[in-house]
Design a protein around this ligand. Structure first.
Ligand code: NAD
Ligand code: UDP
Length: 335
């Protein structure tokens, strides 16, 4: 049962700092926090995100947008009660664009935010990733599995950066008593992804809608488990609000595993298209399988995803179709 003190804490207005807030997940989280009546500082360097992603929030009470790179010391006066650290490119195409910057973001950025949390006595949540399991030899992946990661490959800047960030978070909890929370996020998709994000769902949907061949890396038999964005955001908020003694790490993802080639076929069916598949060599270290064990999320957060892939894909296709219509309307006005 929830006592009065806990209720008051849950209803109190928080000052929430969301780094990477102008990215895909960050913009959804900014919206959710504002709708719950909290103050939100959205801090981003626009490496992959954009102010356009939070343009609808610009005039709202309690919303502040700050352009800043978390690799650099943080601006004074932020004074948050809660910090969600989402800053980091998440698509392989983008995190490999400047791998050293990716590592600096994961490690130095986390260090700056943990220091801020320590000084302000704020709670801090780290957006970690299923990539900490690398190309897993244990399937599905439970949090107790320590992974199989190449330290010198093309994906290492992200995988090892996120692993090191987890270590920093755990050590700040042990050394300084900072209230930390670690979420291991599995592939998440939905409206708000950018068309040039480079991840599989946005690629395949935009290709289908543009009448282009759908690019399949390798033979397409590699699997992923796709979580709809609203479900994921709900998991992050539950983790942030979880009891002080619970740090995680906790897997947040959907347990329905599917081969990439099957995702392509579903997208063709749902868009009513019939393009060919274009097979491209598989990038090195691309994980062969990935599926979360979500026992801990269920038991500690009472969380499991509710949106089935079919429904999530329909909503995402509707989002990209509307974007394409806007683009066409814009071009027509320029003629
Ligand atoms: P995204 O690329 O859309 O958003 C990342 C945001 O961080 C962007 O707005 C980018 O400009 C910003 N950013 C990058 N480096 C920064 C820096 N040094 N300083 C300030 N801002 C910076 O990606 P996303 O899908 O929204 O992912 C958000 C977070 O969740 C990332 O940390 C990612 O690693 C993690 N995650 C996402 C997924 C997923 O499937 N979406 C899966 C696992 C983990
Ligand atoms: N992939 C694909 N076609 C694309 C983009 C990605 O077949 O246009 C594959 C990729 O090789 C990987 C899976 O889809 O096996 C998921 O890729 P994504 O970049 O979305 O995320 P990852 O889980 O690899 O970080």
């Amino acid at each position: 049962m929830t006592d009065d003190k806990t209720m008051n804490q849950q209803n109190a207005q928080h000052k929430v700092l969301i780094t990477g807030g102008a990215g895909f997940l960050g913009a959804h989280l900014c919206r959710r926090m504002l709708n719950e009546g909290h103050q939100v500082v959205c801090l981003d360097n626009y490496f992959t995100g954009s102010p356009d992603n939070v343009a609808d929030l610009a005039g709202r009470n309690g919303f502040t947008l700050v352009k800043h790179d978390i690799v650099e010391p943080l601006p004074a006066g932020l004074d948050p009660t809660h910090i969600y650290n989402l800053a980091c490119p998440a698509s392989p195409v983008h995190y490999q664009r400047d791998p050293v910057q990716t590592l600096r973001t994961c490690v130095m950025g986390s260090f700056h935010l943990l220091e801020l949390a320590r000084q302000c006595n704020a709670r801090i949540l780290q957006a970690s990733t299923s990539e900490v399991y690398g190309n897993p030899k244990v399937h599905p992946q439970h949090e107790s599995y320590h992974g199989y990661v190449n330290p010198v490959g093309l994906r290492s800047c992200y995988d090892e950066g996120k692993r090191c960030a987890e270590t920093l978070f755990a050590d700040y909890s042990r050394m300084h008593g900072v209230q930390v929370k670690i979420a291991r996020i599995f592939n998440t998709y939905g409206p708000g992804m950018s068309a040039d994000d480079g991840r599989v769902i946005s690629n395949l949907i935009t290709q289908a809608l543009r009448g282009r061949p759908l690019t399949i890396y390798g033979d397409g038999n590699q699997t992923r488990s796709f979580c709809y964005v609203d479900d994921l955001i709900d998991g992050l908020v539950r983790l942030m609000d979880s009891v002080d003694t619970f740090m995680g790490p906790v897997n947040l993802g959907n347990t329905s595993e599917i081969a990439v080639i099957e995702v392509a076929q579903r997208i063709l069916e749902l868009t009513g298209q019939d393009q060919e598949l274009q097979f491209i060599p598989l990038p090195p270290d691309d994980p062969a399988v990935r599926c979360p064990d979500t026992t801990i999320a269920r038991s500690h957060l009472d969380w499991s995803p509710t949106v089935p892939l079919e429904e999530g894909l329909q909503r995402t296709i509707a989002y990209f179709s509307a974007l394409a219509d806007q683009g066409r309307a814009h071009c027509a006005t320029l003629r």
